[in-house]
Design a protein around this ligand. Structure first.
Ligand code: NAP
Length: 281
């Protein structure tokens, strides 16, 4: 992803400060970006900013000249209100995961969708033509995935979410279908080519994934793709492997979206392997 305007570097902090805005930040983005800065010997640094107050966070960015934010749960949608402009893709997705301070203005971007597209390609899924997708969840990350399904020409997309209204709102926006989250077992017999989990079920926040596994296990076959956005090897991915299905890990999406974010922060390209190695460490 390319920067759309010229940066007034003299108006920004020295060293250039970037960071993660989150309610409860993890250190994965910090590890990747700081490893990238070190590799390219750049005068940049990346910190974690646990915050509850977006208004203050964006005021600090403007007043103190911070270069960029990564933005995660639960701020991706609300941050749209605090930037001066939004990229066309982020507008379609209705969420930003990156904010860049150019000195003159702050622009919001979404690199999650590029992370998803690259993770799909890396795992042999470069088109969804003729394919049916079952998507679990309808939050900020889900909307980036919905944008990708459209781009990849999916034949049919079924959104299933705990709060039905949110699934219906997204289905209407993208011309997809919905299915009741508590009736998933009755999808048995429907040929699903790609299952995507963008709920936290299976993460440290919601570790018990047995019910979800029972509900969808009959939909997973050796020719299925299963993508879990959670950034660890979840029970869903482990189960899919026992069925010889093709699995796409959330860490792949995380690293690829960070490559694009790194380019926005620094205007320099970083090798994906540097970021993946930082995650392994
Ligand atoms: P979000 O906006 O908070 O949305 C969470 C979604 O999960 C909502 O649809 C919510 O349903 C559903 N959900 C939450 N708890 C649930 C439960 N106990 N049972 C059933 N459904 C539940 O979060 P997000 O930004 O979309 O992120 C979702 C997941 O993707 C997180 O685990 C996040 O870490 C991961 N993620 C990974 C990457 C990556 O690069 N790999 C990037 C972004 C996000 P309701 O609508 O009913 O609340």
């Amino acid at each position: 992803m390319k920067n759309s305007i010229e940066t007034q570097w003299d108006k920004l902090s020295d060293p250039r400060l970037c960071g993660l805005l989150a309610k409860t930040p993890t250190n994965l983005s910090m590890k990747m970006h700081n490893a990238g800065f070190k590799e390219l010997n750049l005068n940049f640094t990346y910190s974690s900013f646990p915050t509850q107050n977006l208004e203050t966070a964006f005021k600090a960015m403007r007043d103190l000249g911070f270069r960029g934010y990564s933005i995660t749960i639960p701020f991706k949608e609300k941050s749209l209100n605090f930037v001066d402009e939004v990229s066309p893709e982020a507008k379609d997705i209705s969420a930003i995961n990156t904010a860049i301070n150019y000195g003159s203005k702050i622009i919001g971007y979404n690199t999650d969708y590029l992370g998803i597209l690259s993770a799909f390609t890396e795992h042999g899924l470069s088109s969804l033509e003729g394919k049916t997708v079952l998507h679990l969840g309808a939050g900020g990350a889900a909307n980036a995935a919905f944008f990708c399904y459209k781009k990849l020409n999916a034949k049919r997309v079924i959104i299933s979410n705990r709060t039905k209204q949110k699934a219906e709102d997204s289905a209407k926006k993208f011309s997809f279908e919905t299915f009741d989250f508590d009736k998933l077992p009755s999808l048995n017999g429907t040929k699903i080519d790609l299952i995507v989990n963008s709920t936290p079920i299976g993460s440290n926040l919601e570790p018990n994934s047995q019910k979800l596994l029972n509900d969808i296990s009959s939909l997973i076959f050796p020719d299925s793709f299963v993508f879990d956005m959670i950034t660890k090897e979840t029970d869903l991915l482990k189960f899919a492997k026992t069925k010889n299905a093709k699995t796409i890990p959330g860490l792949s999406m995380l690293a690829y979206q960070a490559v694009e974010q790194f380019l926005l922060f620094t205007e320099k390209n970083i090798e994906i392997e540097i970021l993946k190695k930082a995650l392994e460490n």
